[in-house]
Design a protein around this ligand. Structure first.
Ligand SMILES: [Zn+2]
Length: 262
């Protein structure tokens, strides 16, 4: 990426950019966009909200970070190519369920942001609503190999046309999204409760019988994906969801030592 062309009009969202030092006034470096309340765009410290102040939820963020993915996920080492990463890795995952298939996809400059847009937005009138939907967001995020450290209901995205200051690349729209009904998201969560392993394996592999087993990759092995666990007819025996995600996500460096996944 050599330079960032300035082809945008004035920044939306009011903030006023008369303080932008030098350069084109419309480059919005490291701006963020709320997925809640008024969907305001602005500097991170101005637009991030604690969970208790969230009164409406417009979208769920799926943060696909190639640096967190294991090689087996198909994320190529080296320079991040958003289109390739989307086409080869993320699109097949999203395409296997209507809720995910409706997601908008943006290149964030260092990874992809999938946005599952709720239509209509969900109004959170009580503390109970806030807890419920915070839990829903986390369940949805954990059905795919998204960044395990990504915030849940408080997550922010980057507005299309803004600039990622770390990678110095522009945030772009890779795929337009469609709204999904909140009931469809709740139904997905219900399915995640009833058959967590079968659902995740279906999203990742597109079937309930995978050959060879993706965990041991043994010759002649096979992984049968049941509702709550997998059975490998090879070396693994019983496979739980954690081992399935280990195929895709790098072990997380933990300050406490050892590997953890939330
Ligand atoms: Zn196996």
């Amino acid at each position: 990426m050599t330079s960032v062309p300035d082809d945008r009009g004035p920044a939306k969202g009011g903030g006023g950019d008369d303080s932008a030092p030098g350069g084109p006034a419309t480059l919005r470096v490291d701006e963020r966009e709320q997925l809640v309340n008024e969907r305001t765009c602005g500097p991170i410290e101005a637009v991030s909200l604690p969970a208790g102040m969230i009164t409406s939820l417009h979208a769920i963020l799926l943060d696909f970070d190639p640096s967190r993915l294991a090689k087996a996920a198909g994320a190529a080492a080296g320079r991040f190519d958003p289109t390739q990463f989307y086409q080869r890795v993320v699109r097949p995952w999203l395409g296997r369920h209507p809720v995910f298939d409706a997601a908008e996809v943006r290149s964030s400059g260092r990874g992809l942001h999938g946005l599952v847009r709720l239509e209509p937005a969900v109004e959170l009138r009580t503390e109970a609503d806030q807890y419920k939907w915070a839990a829903v967001v986390e369940v949805v995020q954990r059905l795919l190999p998204t960044d395990p450290d990504c915030p849940g209901i408080t997550a922010l995205t980057r507005p299309v046309g803004s600039v990622n200051g770390k990678s110095r690349t522009k945030v772009t729209l890779l795929k337009e999204g469609r709204g999904v009904k909140p009931e469809a998201v709740l139904a997905l969560c219900g399915e995640a409760g009833r058959r967590p392993f079968g659902l995740v394996a279906g999203l990742l592999f597109g079937g309930d019988r995978v050959t060879p087993c993706p965990v041991c990759k043994g010759r002649g092995s096979r992984l049968d994906c049941l509702d709550r666990e997998g059975r490998c007819y090879g070396r693994c025996g019983t496979v739980d969801l954690g081992r399935l995600f280990d195929v895709f996500l790098k072990p997380r460096p933990s300050p406490r030592g050892g590997r953890t996944r939330g």
